[in-house]
Design a protein around this ligand. Structure first.
Ligand code: MN3
Length: 237
């Protein structure tokens, strides 16, 4: 028993060390205890893979510039909060907490966004099947009713933001929410499993002010198998 406990403690420390090891601080500060440096995940397909629904140039700028900026912004916010813990100067804690929420939300949502899309006809488009289809029918009445509500939510986001399909473990329901920017209008205790980015940077080069056309086209690249994986990874059943 003691041997096992000590093994577990050693394993936990090993994990911590592995997490802190890649954290190389640009300004020579101490590594954040227990925290790693966030990194831009690679796109799971080529920039042009979602054509003609989402153009290659938009995907390249969106991933390489916008998502990278959220990763850098999150790292910066966490570095500044770590400096505060050492210096005891929390005069800018509100600013850096807000930055951590905004950039952390952006990093998380974009990491999900790339994965819930796939080339049309090659994993993208169609309708959900299996457990996800059943959960959507149970929560919204039908797939069509869900699609209409989700599309309407996406088109109606005020300014920049997202429409998101969340799983709520408390009652095992799926719900549609909007997010303004990356995190405003969030509910507690729910996790997005599908989302569409409706910031103008996600569609303006190809669709200009016609967000509804982008939303309609986007359904052709939804990777339902990934959405079902997301549901299965967080639900109890
Ligand atoms: Mn975006």
């Amino acid at each position: 028993m003691n041997h096992r406990r000590s093994f577990l403690a050693t394993a936990a420390l090993g994990t911590l060390a592995a997490a802190t090891a890649p954290y190389i601080h640009a300004i020579g500060f101490e590594p954040i205890p227990g925290g790693g440096k966030h990194e831009l995940p690679p796109l799971p397909y080529e920039f042009g893979a979602l054509e003609p629904h989402i153009d290659a140039q938009t995907m390249q700028i969106h991933h390489d510039k916008h998502h990278l900026a959220y990763v850098n912004g999150l790292n910066k916010a966490e570095e500044e909060l770590a400096k505060s813990r050492i210096s005891g100067d929390y005069s800018l804690v509100q600013h850096w907490s807000r930055q951590a929420a905004f950039h952390g939300g952006g990093h998380w949502l974009h990491s999900m966004f790339w994965k819930v899309m796939a080339p049309a006809g090659k994993g993208g488009g169609g309708e959900p099947t299996g457990r996800l289809a059943a959960a959507i029918a149970e929560s919204f009445g039908s797939f069509d009713a869900f699609k209409k509500q989700f599309s309407a939510a996406a088109v109606a986001v005020e300014g920049s933001g997202w429409a998101l399909l969340h799983y709520r473990p408390d009652d095992e329901r799926l719900i549609v929410l909007q997010a303004e920017n990356q995190q405003k209008l969030s509910a507690w205790g729910t996790t997005p499993i599908l989302g569409i980015d409706v910031w103008e940077h996600a569609y303006y080069l190809k669709y200009q002010n016609k967000r509804a056309d982008y939303v309609t086209a986007w359904w052709n690249v939804v990777n339902w198998a990934q959405v079902e994986k997301n549901l299965e990874s967080i639900s109890k059943k």
